[in-house]
Design a protein around this ligand. Structure first.
Ligand SMILES: C[S@@+](CC[C@H](N)C(=O)[O-])C[C@H]1O[C@@H](n2cnc3c(N)ncnc32)[C@H](O)[C@@H]1O
Length: 277
């Protein structure tokens, strides 16, 4: 696997796109849960279909092993994203982990379905805001496709809180602030229309809000475009994590191409160095 560190980050055609903290509809507390859940179901389908877990697994595995962690608190889980596939892949490789699914607006149907299907997945049904993780939720923290939701102050606060709690943290993002990725994202409605018949469980309301009344394709389009503009570039992730600890954490930032898709995953990991003696 070809991992690039932020030091050798290429200056791409899209590097001049400014970071804009626009609003994603799914972040609005008043936004109907039904539409948010249908959109996060779609994201779970995409994350699993393009096998993000294949690229993420070695990076996360190394971070978990360095931290000596087998319990993960997944923040901003949505419909689960790549978590189920990732946990299975790690288990096949001999690393058994338990993952707590959490979200500020939990997709309860998806959480319950995942927890029933997979003994290592635990649904946290109460709202968990990634900006103030309750002390009772101990474990290595992950955020998949969600770190861009937070402006720099909150994003840094999330990293700082992991350090304060002495927990490892890993952030993985498929969205990327570049023209190269913005153009394919404009095709999102077509992808949602194409994917919907295959998304499980089957729901008539999924069809209703996707085909005759295309709320879900338009929601995914808007939130997808905004996600690109809010994404952090590797150098910015490095800045966000700079100086948060006394050197007791090992931070890694980089990108990894997604095999078979014109995309790459940007990641940040922060792991407390285990001191001996
Ligand atoms: C783009 S979805 C990502 C879902 C999933 N991790 C994935 O990879 O498909 C972002 C999720 O972040 C959640 N979210 C937004 N703000 C949050 C916050 N402050 N704390 C926790 N979750 C939040 C949303 O409810 C949504 O489920």
């Amino acid at each position: 696997m070809r991992i690039q560190s932020s030091a050798d980050e290429p200056v791409s055609a899209g590097s001049s796109l400014p970071r804009l903290q626009l609003v994603e509809l799914e972040d609005l507390p008043w936004f109907p849960r039904l539409f948010r859940d249908l959109a996060t179901d779609y994201l779970e389908f995409v994350g699993t279909r393009i096998a993000m877990d294949r690229e993420i697994a070695p990076i996360l595995r190394e971070a978990l092993e360095r931290a000596g962690a087998t319990r993960v608190v997944d923040l901003c889980s949505g419909g689960g994203g790549p978590v189920r596939a990732l946990r299975r892949r790690l288990a096949e490789e001999g690393l058994a982990i338990e993952v707590m699914l959490t979200d500020r607006f939990p997709n309860l149907a998806a959480f319950r379905r995942l927890a029933l299907a997979e003994p290592g997945l635990v649904a946290v049904e109460e709202a968990v805001d990634a900006r103030s993780v309750p002390p009772s939720l101990t474990g290595f923290r992950t955020l998949f496709n969600a770190f861009h939701h937070f402006g720099p102050a909150d994003a840094r606060g999330i990293l700082r809180d992991a350090v304060r709690a002495g927990e490892g943290i890993a952030v993985f993002e498929l969205s990327e602030r570049s023209l190269r990725m913005l153009i394919p994202v404009l095709l999102t409605p077509v992808l949602v229309w194409g994917a919907t018949p295959w998304i499980r469980p089957f729901r008539w309301r999924r069809l209703l809000w996707t085909y005759p009344i295309p709320v879900v394709p338009l929601l995914c389009l808007w939130d997808g475009v905004v996600s690109q503009f809010r994404s952090y570039r590797p150098a910015e992730l490095r800045e966000l994590s700079a100086g948060l600890d006394d050197g007791g954490y090992r931070w890694q930032v980089g990108t990894v191409p997604v095999v078979g898709a014109p995309a790459r995953i940007t990641f940040l990991t922060g792991v407390p160095e285990r001191r001996t003696g």
